[in-house]
Design a protein around this ligand. Structure first.
Ligand SMILES: Nc1ccn([C@@H]2O[C@H](COP(=O)(O)OP(=O)(O)OP(=O)(O)O)[C@@H](O)[C@H]2O)c(=O)n1
Ligand SMILES: C[C@](O)(CO)[C@H](O)COP(=O)(O)O
Length: 250
């Protein structure tokens, strides 16, 4: 059992920021991705429950689509969520990075560890969340869950015209590569400094901490923490939920 299921008195309080302001262009037309249903429940609600499932998490900040904060607040009010967790909703920005920064600004002082978790990874198991928190509590300023790659990866010269053949430049050793997931966990001060310092576009928060020259460590991720990105991912997510229901016996 993870240490964080029994937080010691005085252990750093943990807040989770959930960027949920994206459109979900790769998923195709429809409502903003985080608001789409998985087996009848919005993806965002699954993601919020996944963070609140950790007994260490006392606050969840949801970063809503810029014009959708009121809708998201009503959505959370309409679904059962743990009473021991506080929930705050703020409007997001034009990029994931900006949405995370806005969410981080809404975390009150007193939360010394911050998780950043994609709404688009609704099924991350609580053991993975707790493993990330444990590693931050053990002293790592930044922690990312990740998995080894199943495919061989090629570096290419990207085609100017999509679909044209792309020359291969290199084949990096797969043994040294990891596919990174969320939640990513941070000492709050480190994440705040990263967002103040790094202005160029990045695709995850840990890479901003890398740019500060601080240590980022990887802990084992989980295959059910995959990101719902394309239509096939919706089918997979619903299949995982159906299997969980069967295993839970209801
Ligand atoms: N301006 C943005 C863009 C993205 N996100 C969030 O960042 C997470 C990961 O992003 P991704 O899966 O790329 O979501 P989208 O940007 O919505 O997807 P797409 O690129 O297909 O439009 C998602 O939970 C998404 O809602 C966000 O909060 N604000
Ligand atoms: C943060 C992330 O989920 C880690 O894999 C990923 O980088 C988000 O990327 P996206 O371009 O927003 O899908």
């Amino acid at each position: 059992m993870s240490d964080v299921s029994r937080p010691s008195p005085g252990a750093a309080s943990v807040a989770a920021v959930i960027p949920a302001a994206g459109r979900g262009v790769r998923l195709g037309p429809g409502a903003p991705k985080a608001l789409r249903a998985l087996n009848g429940t919005p993806m965002l609600v699954h993601a919020v429950r996944a963070m609140a499932a950790s007994r260490a998490v006392s606050l969840v900040v949801v970063v809503a689509p810029p014009d959708g904060a009121a809708e998201v607040r009503s959505l959370l009010d309409a679904h059962a969520l743990p009473e021991r967790t506080d929930f705050v909703v703020v409007p997001g920005g034009a990029s994931r990075q900006e949405s995370v920064r806005l969410g981080l600004e809404a975390v009150p002082t007193g939360h010394d560890i911050v998780l950043v978790h994609d709404a688009a990874r609704p099924l991350v198991p609580v053991d993975t969340v707790d493993a990330v928190i444990d590693a931050v509590r053990a002293g790592a300023p930044a922690v990312v869950p990740a998995l080894p790659l199943a495919d061989t990866v090629k570096e290419v010269e990207p085609a100017v015209v999509p679909g044209e053949p792309e020359p291969v430049l290199a084949t990096p050793s797969r043994a040294r590569l990891r596919a990174v997931q969320t939640p990513q966990g941070f000492a709050r001060a480190t994440l705040a400094r990263a967002h103040e310092t790094v202005t160029e576009d990045v695709t995850d928060d840990a890479s901003m901490v890398e740019q500060l020259g601080e240590t980022v460590v990887v802990v084992p991720g989980h295959e059910e923490a995959f990101k719902v990105t394309r239509p096939l991912d919706l089918l997979l997510a619903e299949a995982v939920l159906a299997r969980r229901r069967l295993n839970d016996g209801f």
